[in-house]
Ligand binder design. Structure first.
Ligand SMILES: [Zn+2]
Length: 136
């Protein structure tokens, strides 16, 4: 499997910094902690490998973390993909909701050779738990 070059990663990080330098505490001051549980499922997985299994990960964000809410696609060759959960968090905070879940499908391209032709379509099932200040 091809990995992203250091130069590519630097470029992406720079781009991320340009689009947002806000911290969670600046836009959502009520939030004490956000915990995400992710399940990544590739619909093509079982055809690529009979031993294919979805992958799981979890992320915890604190007030001092950047308020990007953008998560990398698990498909390492994915081009321009990723998952954006900022709107979801915004809605949760507005409704003062503690838990939410949903599903997103990566709209990036499967790999650099198929850019513009074949969408990545990796499925992300997520659940989010928000802890607010003054509430346990
Ligand atoms: Zn993707």
């Amino acid at each position: 499997m091809k990995k992203k070059s250091a130069e590519q990663i630097q470029k992406e990080l720079k781009h991320q910094r340009m689009i947002s330098v806000e911290f969670i505490k600046d836009i959502f001051p009520d939030i004490k902690e956000i915990a995400f549980e992710f399940k990544f499922d590739d619909p093509d997985g079982p055809t690529i490998s009979p031993n294919y299994k979805p992958s799981y990960s979890s992320v915890k964000l604190l007030p001092q973390n950047l308020a990007l809410f953008r998560f990398e696609c698990e498909n390492r060759e994915c081009v321009k993909g990723g998952f954006y959960l900022r709107e979801e968090i915004k809605d949760m905070v507005q409704a003062h909701k503690s838990e939410s879940s949903g599903q997103l499908i990566c709209q990036g391209w499967q790999d650099p050779e198929r850019e513009g032709q074949h969408r990545c379509l990796l499925e992300l099932s997520y659940s989010v738990r928000v802890v607010y200040y003054g509430k346990s």
